[in-house]
Design a protein around this ligand. Sequence first.
Ligand code: MG
Length: 322
Amino acid sequence: MRLKLIASVLFIAMTISVNLQAQPVKKHGNLSVKGIQLTDEHGNATVLNGISYGWHNWWSQFYNKESVKWLASDWKCSAVRAAMGVEPKGGYVDSPESSKEKIEAVIQGAIDNDIYVLIDFHSHNIRLPEAKAFFTEMATKYGQHPNVIYELFNEPVKDSWSQVKEYSVELIKTIRAIDPDNIILVGSPHWDQDIHLVADDPIVGYNNIMYTCHFYAGTHGQSLRDRCDYALKKGIPIFISESAGMEASGDGPMNYTEWQKWIDWCQSNKISLITWSISSKNETCSMIKPGVSPLGNWKEADLNESGIKTRELLRKQTEKNE
Ligand code: MG
């Protein structure tokens, strides 16, 4: 009898804790941009914190609903980023159907688990016809869901701001003809570092547009934050759609001092922050150890140092932002 009683108490406790899982989309609903601030449908400033999956063409095993559920419930992500590799073998140009299937598993996982999702066209070069076809499909299929955020261009490398701007405006027109309101993220030149160039010549005439800056704290410090501050002062809404604590190569030691400065900067400016990445290469930024199940349910022993620290950070941030 006593065992039965303990079992039912445990069951009730577990049910309550599952029900207490944050439901960011239920809480915040449709997002918009007011001035430089990401804002929810009740008019409150909103900060999203989450994780980026690694390139889908190399880490396709992690693109499943179970891992999204785990990142939402245990890591307390309010957003995940589906990074659709475009140019490498197995990417969107090479295999559009299998690429979409992977990305859509994460999108559907995010919808099912009530978190936001960045649909990231993970390219380093302009691929306008492919991007148009892709975002036309995504906006048609998912544009009515408040969960969805479109990211047009992971990181431009050699293209100038005027080229990136022209590409982005074409895609904004394409998406807006189908979906009038979901947030659209625009890349800035030179691996999303040159946000000062965006600030001097922003896109005008469209709603709910933000610009991405990426940092790797082992490489990028105060001078990049100065550029961001310059952009914010000029009215440019910023979203950090990729970042991490080590060098820009994704490897090398964590720089905790500089990483904390970035986290504090994001917190004080109410800027959303996504960390890179769910993958399992033997390198600092790959958070999951090689050989571990891709379906979530990860114990601390399944994560490397950056995974453990990022999970801690996310759980803390979510507490602060709720
Ligand atoms: Mg919409």
